[in-house]
Ligand binder design. Sequence first.
Ligand code: NOJ
Ligand code: CA
Length: 699
Amino acid sequence: MKKILLLIFVTQFMVGQTINSPNNKHVLSFWLSDEGTPTYDLKFAKTSVILPSKMGFKLKDQPSFEKGFTIVKVESSKVNETWKPVLGEVSEIRNNYSELKIYLSEKKEKERKIILTFRLFDEGVGFRYEFPEQDNLKHFVVSDELTEFNLTGDHKAYYIPGDFDTNEYSHTTSNLSEVNALVGRRTGEIFPNWNLAENIVQTPVMMKTKNGLYVNIFEAALINYPALNLEINKKNFSTKAILVPDAEGNKAYLQTPAKTPWRTILVSDDARELLSSKMILNLNEPSKIENTSWIKPMKYIGIWWGMHVGTMSWNYSDVGNVSLKTTDWKSLKPNGKHGATTENTKRYIDFAAKHGFDGVLVEGWNVGWEDWFGKWKEDVFDFVTPYPDFDVKELQKYAKEKGVEIIMHHETSASVSNYERRIDAAFKFMNENGYNAVKTGYVGRIIPRGEYHDGQWMVNHYVRVAEKAAEHKIMINPHEPVRPTGLHRTYPNWLANEAARGNEFNAWSEGNPPEHETILPFTRFLGGPMDYTPGIFEIKMDFYEKGRTNQVHTTLAKQLALYVTIYSPFQMAADLPENYNRYLDAFQFIKDVPVDWDDTKILEAEPGDFITIARKGKNSENWFLGSITDENKRETTIALNFLDVDKKYKATIYKDGADADWEKNPKSYLIEEKTVSSKDKLKLKLAPGGGVAISFIVN
Ligand code: NOJ
Ligand code: CA
């Protein structure tokens, strides 16, 4: 049911404005300072959350846009409606907010105009700048955004280093007065990365005040604008926007009418409310794709982990130094490790068909991998030429017979100009050969040289790819893109993103600490689904090679729990089929768990410590629960009152063994079955770095 109540008040010459959230908990005030600078503050339950903070811009080659304003007009309105996401954590979303729109004009000189829109939701605030069409502002360049978020005290913060090119970091936790983003920077591990100042962090930045308020600063609907970092003043806890620049140091090239993304502040005294909030999605535009019937969730396996653990290669031969223009690929000597062979792909298709997976990702199917990495080379891949041992037509036929989709892989090696030149041919190739989803990738330094992964030009590129993919009825899953900001509402074919430090880091680096997956829901996941690639059962990499110390920093049971705590409609079972074959009882949970949901209950949450979530499958009566902890063991009792009162369920509990420990004994797990109802409570025991996964199947 859709209900919109729209009230508009037009007020002339008002000085200060106040607006409340529908539940009256959040109160935002707006005023012009004596100098005519737009200023706001925010209270939650009468407690100050954001102290007076300025808004505005510095523009290139013209006076800055920060003072001398007068209020021309004020409008307020309310919206209360519901909408249905194509894929999601819940089947219906309420969009309920109060809006205040403030029309400003410069008093003197050029009388340039700007509109500020504030939306207050029960969970927080979104605000954005609009530059209406006007005579004295047409094309212009933003050289700095001056938005401040001045915090009230020395909050505990969870953050990753500010950067222009990557977000593949683990989090650092410290008070604001001790912020040191450089701690999280591991030189040489990620390429490329930046050495910004120690007090510049990426958004979303998660905070907790001494009084137990949870505060999160982020953005929504990032289009035609660079991503938002924050500079933190360690003495007075003021913070200011730092936008990702281009090679010239410019931030955004705009033409009126234009608008910025929403700046968002989520606030609650209950951490769970941040995770159930749909504010970021609500601040995005509805779907631009009218017919969405071809958009489907996908649980998939892939020729992938083998490359990360080193048993397979992307490249066909070991020659190195090849050229897309001149190499005769058939003449290359195979290295014997190539993963994407016809035979191996058939083996994966068989496994997918047997165990009910929708798709098989195949990386390394196309020529170019001999010489793809780290050279800032223009023509690396063409996205249409298979290696000699990968038979596209034969595999298309085979996959179709088995009812499995092959998932395309387009590693661009960050040569984005090359990708844009070839994308029509690449998507046409996909249509002709029966591929309906693509994992894209942007490893390396961006070409056009001087652009960054998170700058305005690339932000527009990711959107262009989503739009073009939609024209071809293709679903996308970019790796190494800018972090998502809810655009999957507008482009529901944008199933997932990487844009954070995924499970793969555990294969070849110092990995992700046990707390990692308990922080991500409060940071990166607020913007949208992540292709984290859970489900690793062979936790320790010395399984592949004696002496290797890399390992996944969880227990096996926690890998199962991640299928519930990490929402993604594009979700991988990342380990090798032969590894799953040795643990078929535990693998059953991955087979059973859905990736698209009718309902979600955040049962417990504390950033950096633990998360417990229950979800109900799409068009299903069955529920699934995932509970994870950080490096500390944990005991908790969960009331099953989310279950349907009239039903009995068979609960299958996949838990840590009594002696399990992420470091010492990660593969110790137990599976227990019970009949339960909504009146029952379950006591859960999680090992250090552990987890519990439960399926509740209606009896
Ligand atoms: C990095 C991606 O995150 C990973 O999943 C992929 O296998 C490699 N790039 C190669 O494209
Ligand atoms: Ca990556």
